[in-house]
Design a protein around this ligand. Sequence first.
Ligand code: HEC
Ligand code: HEC
Length: 262
Amino acid sequence: MIALTSRAAAGAYEDARAYLAQRLPRNVAKHVPTTRPDLLFLGIGLLLTCCVGPPASAPEKAQQTPGWTYDAENARDILETCATCHGRNGEGGKDGAYPRLAGFDERYIVRQLRAFQTRERVNIPMFPYATERELPPEDARDVARLLSQIELRTEMPSPKADMSALERLLAAQAVFRVPRVDGDVERGAEIYEAECSDCHGEEGWGEDDVPPLAGQHTNYLRRQIRYFRSGERINDDMDGVLDGLDENDLEDLFAYLASRDD
Ligand code: HEC
Ligand code: HEC
């Protein structure tokens, strides 16, 4: 279980920020935000905690960690902490400052958490949450599985649907759709098909443990592409795949990806 209170989290965040600001190269350190994350929403998140539960027939995808069995209640407790930034349903927020995680392959989520922990992937806001003390491997597995099982809706429930007020509220909160992006959708589709679909799956919805690009906040994708290009984020599979693409190509790609959940 995560033991962070919002105050402890804020303190840990400040500590991590100060620590990393000292050690990071200047060009990275200057991106370290000076405001702490908005933890006020934690309270609201807790109040509204929902029960987007795992479907009983969910496939067992992940490899087993010895001695680990899925603990759904623990997963929901942990998700309350993540929800401060990633949203109650893992839908992400703040126009892509926080990525969507809902429906992601659990192996990918676990791998990223590990990468944050070892600082192979540097992420200042996440750092205090991903440490071994706050998020031991079993907890990472639990929350990753819960996130992988959350299905976001792209439409508000119909006014005619037979639902209680609470069910309607919860359903409305799980609605997420990527806003349209200016660009040539057809050209984006061609580029996607030729350059990305082998790994990121048909129409961008991810494949095996390669993350989806469709259904993700565009600004988050823009930022990750910048990180891959600058070498701040490194992945063998992604090495070189962006080389031939200019800004126009990328905007067309984003326009295509943003249209997938229409
Ligand atoms: C204080 C805000 C904050 C909290 C709390 C937080 N995260 Fe994050 N998380 C971020 C940010 C910001 C990013 C994007 C970093 C980047 O741009 O590289 C991120 C990225 C991620 C990613 C990578 C997504 C991808 O597509 O590669 C995963 C996985 C993740 N977070 C999981 C979690 C989990 C699980 C929790 C709860 C234990 C959590 N986060 C709590 C801010 C937060
Ligand atoms: C050879 C396989 C491969 C190809 C081709 C490929 N990718 Fe990836 N991509 C990956 C893998 C694997 C990851 C996850 C990296 C990690 O684990 O950190 C990834 C991650 C990403 C991410 C970060 C996603 C996130 O949630 O953080 C973006 C953005 C991305 N790729 C964009 C693209 C685009 C755009 C193309 C086509 C121009 C492309 N990729 C082609 C394998 C590939």
